[in-house]
Ligand binder design. Structure first.
Ligand code: HEM
Length: 205
């Protein structure tokens, strides 16, 4: 079943590369001392590569949103209120219990349903909540003159920084859990192969 069109695969591989660059340079900026201690790259180099990576990630994100608006792929991200919590519960029960008893996936992949309810919710939260907040707060730090001086008596720049670091932390956590859940296809390597070839291997095989 062809589920991952070429533009999604290209967006995803660029997104992964940029995320890794941004995490490494972001951590370097946070932990590298001005003089004596360097974590992976020097502070100045980390700032330069973080800014370049951030601009490319923003462009890539615009491509993702536009692609989802103008192509059929966007329909997979639409959350329906019907059975929302019960479907989420079924999927959570599968991941935490039934999966270990080799039971079948409660929401097998079809042409109309690429993501299970939990996957869909985490993808929507990551792509349409956390990533925009990360990008907006990052732009605020890149152009500090655009940030409010004070907000309820607290420095606007510090609040923007806290928002940026928090979203970066959540998205890094998302990425780690995402890589794990991507091993839960019909075989541990199936979903990774799908992201390369575009074709989904049936869960029943
Ligand atoms: C080394 C890092 C990563 C690996 C190995 C990886 C792997 C995969 C794989 C195998 C899939 C296909 C399975 C599925 O549809 O769920 C996928 C889909 C997806 N990944 Fe990742 N991923 C990584 C990082 C990320 C990051 C950093 C993000 C976003 C912040 C992300 C967002 C997505 C989204 C939104 C999809 C669904 C795309 C679509 O079909 O519309 N991934 N990923």
């Amino acid at each position: 079943m062809y589920l991952y069109p070429i533009w999604v695969r290209l967006w995803h591989v660029i997104n992964v590369i940029l995320f890794i660059i941004l995490i490494v340079t972001g951590l370097s900026m946070q932990y590298t001392g001005k003089q004596d201690y360097i974590l992976v790259v020097s502070f100045a180099r980390a700032v330069k590569w973080h800014n370049i990576g951030a601009i490319l990630l923003t462009i890539n994100y615009i491509i993702f949103v536009t692609g989802n608006i103008i192509s059929e792929n966007g329909r997979y991200y639409r959350i329906s209120k019907k059975n929302f919590f019960s479907d989420l519960g079924k999927q959570l029960k599968f991941y935490s219990w039934n999966m270990f008893k080799s039971e079948k996936h409660p929401f097998p992949v079809t042409l109309d349903r690429k993501f299970n309810p939990l996957q869909k919710l985490t993808y929507v939260l990551a792509m349409y909540v956390a990533l925009p907040l990360l990008i907006i707060s990052g732009l605020g730090l890149m152009f500090p003159e655009t940030v409010l001086n004070r907000f309820f008596g607290i420095s606007g720049l510090i609040l923007t920084d806290i928002l940026h670091i928090t979203m970066g932390f959540f998205l890094t956590l998302f990425m780690i859990i995402h890589i794990y859940t991507c091993t839960l296809g019909s075989k541990p390597s199936s979903l990774f192969k799908s992201m390369l070839s575009g074709f989904h291997e049936s869960d029943e095989s």
